[in-house]
Design a protein around this ligand. Structure first.
Ligand SMILES: [Zn+2]
Length: 392
């Protein structure tokens, strides 16, 4: 390769990186070109050129009649920019241990067709997939394959991301080894990205306008077990073998029970809402589910508050571990455990007392993602497209 060719490739990479940065900010809010220059550190001419290109691709537009949420950088034409939701349609598949959600969202992640199919743990995975795809077929045929940007698949981990294969998630035996990525890419002749639920949730958090000033954080997900993921400097942190942030499998009871993972006293044995209810029902027979416990705690029932305090002890241990290991100051909780403001406050108070350094910047909170599972699955595709600088 000649020097000139090598230089051209580097320039192309740089341009894609810059496009990716700009698109990332436009997705988060209604910023002007001047705001984007300030937020990305790029020059105004570079921003103008990239914005023009993204507008000509039909991916973003000027949203003149929308209220600015920009950072107040003055410019000659402080016109807010926004993504064009209708520029692409994105397929999503979100698998849990007892249901599969399939559907389509627009490029802004807003669902317009969605079905949730429940299944039993003994059901054949290929039959479930066939049923799910017969529904997805109808949705895709309505919009036309040409509009489909890709399909995001979020599944309980571990997964082989490269090959799009579900490996061996606990309590999902019938799905072990399923090459769901290849299955879908052949059927729809489109790009498919497969990742675990926690990583997909973390990417959806990163894209959320609620996180416009946070690009390093950890999430703790309570969804049949406890999972986790981390984003560092705007990038998903996967670790050396791609299994980082399995926060549910850190020890919180050194003399505790053995977990199915092989470790002793894992957090998910004690802190998942399901296992906490199991423990709580032994101290009060009214504690039949997590929701009841939360309602009774809000009413000031001492035993329900005791359960919340116990849960806060475990979850704050997890949060402090993530904060000290990763050097982050934001932890976001998902699932049933995130539904109680009282619990979030109790965790936050403990974390601030136990943190190694200054506690002033610590943020512990429940997720605000409102679009649900489908939006989380399709983010896998939208994020990938934006990260590659809007190149298919
Ligand atoms: Zn474990």
């Amino acid at each position: 390769m000649s020097k000139q060719e090598s230089k051209n490739i580097n320039l192309e990479h740089m341009r894609r990186d810059n496009k990716s940065k700009v698109l990332g900010w436009v997705r988060k809010g209604y910023y002007s070109r001047a705001d984007l220059a300030s937020l990305t550190g790029l020059t105004r001419p570079a921003i103008t050129s990239i914005v023009d290109e993204l507008i000509s691709q039909g991916i973003i537009k000027e949203a003149s009649n929308h209220k600015m949420v920009g950072i107040g950088v003055k410019g000659r034409t402080p016109t807010p920019l926004a993504v064009v939701p209708s520029c692409y349609v994105v397929g999503g598949v979100y698998l849990t241990r007892n249901s599969i959600t399939v559907g389509l969202t627009d490029f802004a992640g807003v669902a317009f067709d969605k079905t949730v199919i429940p299944f039993d743990k003994d059901d054949d995975s290929l039959k479930v997939m066939e049923e799910a795809c017969s529904i997805l077929d109808k949705y895709v045929s309505k919009v036309g394959k040409g509009k489909l940007l890709g399909i995001g698949v979020a599944t309980p981990g571990p997964v082989d991301r490269q090959r799009g294969v579900i490996l061996n998630p606990p309590n999902l035996d019938k799905w072990w080894g399923l090459g769901i990525g290849e299955y879908l890419s052949k059927r729809y002749d489109t790009f498919v990205r497969v990742d675990d639920n926690s990583n997909a949730l973390a990417l959806a958090e990163l894209a959320s306008p609620d996180n416009d000033s946070v690009n390093s954080f950890s999430i703790v997900v309570d969804e049949s077990g406890i999972g986790g993921a981390a984003v560092l400097n705007g990038e998903l942190y996967l670790g050396a073998i791609g299994l980082a942030s399995n926060i549910g499998h850190i020890t919180v009871e050194v003399n505790g029970e053995r977990c199915s993972c092989g470790n002793i006293g894992c957090a998910e044995l004690y802190a998942s809402a399901k296992n906490m209810v199991k423990w709580a029902s032994q101290i009060d027979e009214r504690f039949v589910d997590w929701k009841t416990i939360l309602v009774l705690a809000e009413r000031g029932e001492p035993k329900a508050i005791e359960v919340i305090e116990r849960e806060a002890e475990y979850l704050s241990a997890i949060a402090v571990c993530a904060i000290n290991m990763l050097g982050i100051d934001t932890v976001i909780f998902h699932g049933p455990i995130s539904k109680s403001a009282k619990l979030m406050r109790a965790i936050s108070d403990r974390v601030k007392k136990r943190r190694l350094t200054s506690a002033s910047s610590i943020q512990v909170r429940g997720s605000t993602i409102s679009e649900g599972h489908l939006r989380v699955a399709t983010e896998l595709v939208i994020e990938d497209f934006c990260r590659r600088g809007a190149v298919i």
